[in-house]
Every structure is written in C-alpha cells, then in structure tokens.
Write a protein that binds this ligand. Sequence first.
Ligand SMILES: *Cc1c(COP(=O)(O)O)cnc(C)c1O
Length: 374
Amino acid sequence: MDKIYVTRPSVPDLQEYIDEIRSCWDSKWFSNMGEKHQLLEKKLKELFGLEVTLFSNGHLALEAAIEEMDLPAGSEVITTPFTFASTTNAIIRKNLVPVFCDIRSDDFTIDASKIEKLITPKTRAIIPVHVYGNVCDVEEIESIARKHDLKVIYDAAHAFGVNYKTQPVVKFGYASVMSFHATKVFNTIEGGAVFYSDNNRSRNYDLIKNHGISDEENIDYPGGNSKLNELSAAMGLCNLRHFDENLVKRKELFEEYKRRLAGVEGIILPSENKETESNYSYFPVVFDSFKLSRDEVKEVLSKNNIEARKYFYPLTCDSSYIREKYDVCDDDLSVARFVAERVLTLPLYAELTKDDVNRICDIILGDISEGFNV
Ligand SMILES: *Cc1c(COP(=O)(O)O)cnc(C)c1O
C-alpha cells in the first residue's frame, strides 16, 4: 500500500498551473512584485478585508513583522513554546528575548491567564500562535496588551481560512503572520504574508522585503530580500480557486476521525470553540493513559507505512541553544510539557480518503482483523 504522509500539498492540475504561468514566460517577469504577486496580494486583501504584504516564506514574514515594531534590542517577548521552531527563532534572530508562557489544556494555545505574571519592565510584545488553527484567547490577550502597552503579533501560520466570531482570525493583533509553505492548508510552494490594518505600514514591510529600495535612486532602509516570486504567486492564485472544495474534503475526514476517536478512553481531542469556523488543517490527538503510549502509536502506524508526527515535540524552549542563553521557568510550563509528551498529529489532507482514515483508526484502536503489522 502507498505510504500515507502526515500531510501532502494541495496542488492544482498541472495544466491549470501551466496556463497560469504562461504569461510569465511571455513577459519574462519572474519576480519583483510582478503581475502575479500584485494579483495575489489584491485577492488576499479582498478575502480578508485587511492590508496584506506577501513574503518569500512565513518565517521571514514573521521576522519582518517583528522588525517593523522596532523594539529595543533585549526587549522581552512573551510567547508559547508549543509551536514550530520558527516562532521562537524569529524572536531571537531579531535580538529579542523569548519568555515562555504555558498553554491551555483544551486547545493548546497560550494560556492568557498566565501572561501577566511574566510581564517585566522589559516586556514589549506578545507573540502567541493560533496553533493547529485553534484560536487564541484574542479578547483577553488584547486587554492585557492594552493595559500594559504591549504589541501583539499572532503567528497565524496554521490559520488560513479560520474565522472567529465571523471575522478572519488575522484581524486580531497589531499584525498576524501566515505561512504559505507547501505543507500548509493554502500554499504558494514557499511563501507567507503579514496581515495588518494600518496601510501606513505597507511601506515599512516593502522596504524590509526589498533591500530598502524606495525608488530607483533611493535606498532608505537596511532591508533584506524576502520577496515572493511570480511562480509561487501563480501557484497561490491556482490554489485559492480550490481552497473551498479542499476545505470540504478535509472537514469530512476530520469528522470521520472524530466519529472514530471521540470518547475513546485515553484519547483526548482538542476542544472545538463554538465561535470558530475551523480550517480543519490538523488532527492532533493526545494519548494519555491510552493502552499504547504516543510513541507506540507512532511506531505501529509507521510499521503500516503511515506517517504521523509529534507536532509539537520537543517544546521550542528545550533546545540547548535556548537553555544555554535564556531563562526557562519549567515549573510554569507543565501543561505545555504534558501535551508535548503525549501529542501525535495524524495524517490529514484533502486527497486522503475516508477509508484511509478508518484504516488509521483501526490500527490505533487495535481493531485489527487482517493485514496490519503490529
Ligand atoms: C510553518 C510555520 C512557520 C514558518 O513558516 P515557513 O513558511 O515554513 O517559513 C512559522 N510558525 C509556525 C507555527 C509554522 O507552523
């Protein structure tokens, strides 16, 4: 049987993509905010009702969003360790100090009730993550930020298509950052974007991503290069057309997983927020006193050619380059540690079938009649 991966990129038919990029060959324009870049930015602006600046990937979009705040070096940023390395690395690479806050046990986002006690005179910002597309406690975070004059940047890398109280979730915070990496629900192969409401900031982000170039004769900022190229933007234009149909497919698979796994002893599924419209991007499962440990489940799936991933283990604060340089208050990270040690993300992508989901669940639950490797 073919290997089942934890995720696979959604892509258009090859012909659709070829048709989309033909004009690039005609114009010989492959980068520098060409036609495809402009059109994708415009479409995303319309879709989200926000300002959008595209970047070559999500990580550099996050670095740009941090850089644009222009905080003093050494400022502290309260963030979550239950995320992809990129979130923490971006903070460090912009010369700021990550301060790790615990997460909630029901949806794995930052525990807002534990933020205030981490605030010091050096704190300037909060960078929470809408992890797996689960929406952070945006109201509480906003009220803490206002009270202490902090800026909030959401790492919304997983949150394309997620709405909260009928609004795109990227409307919250000073800025939100998405990743359009091939493994994310909407992809431009590599790509990312910063979403924000104040159009005066567009210039800042453009300078950061394009060498600080204001015009032909003026360089006004020590910018770098993190522009999205035309072939990636064209991929985005194609994938945007199919996002909704893929969402329907992922929802069906998500529901099938739930039907099989909800209520099983030892299996905890993240709670669903009634105010949230999900993008069904990931299916994380916490195995706590299940008959198999998380690692054993991963192993038995792997023997059956099915790849599940320990998203997110280890916690980002446990890497040695962080431990050596920053204070990590382990006592206060008990929920994050509990989840990281037990969570496994199961395969979920539009091309997966319901039969695949059932086979995966059969293996996990041990309803193995024939043909499985144990
Ligand atoms: C994918 C991801 C990023 C980085 O995005 P890239 O486009 O891969 O650079 C940042 N944060 C989180 C939580 C992610 O999952």
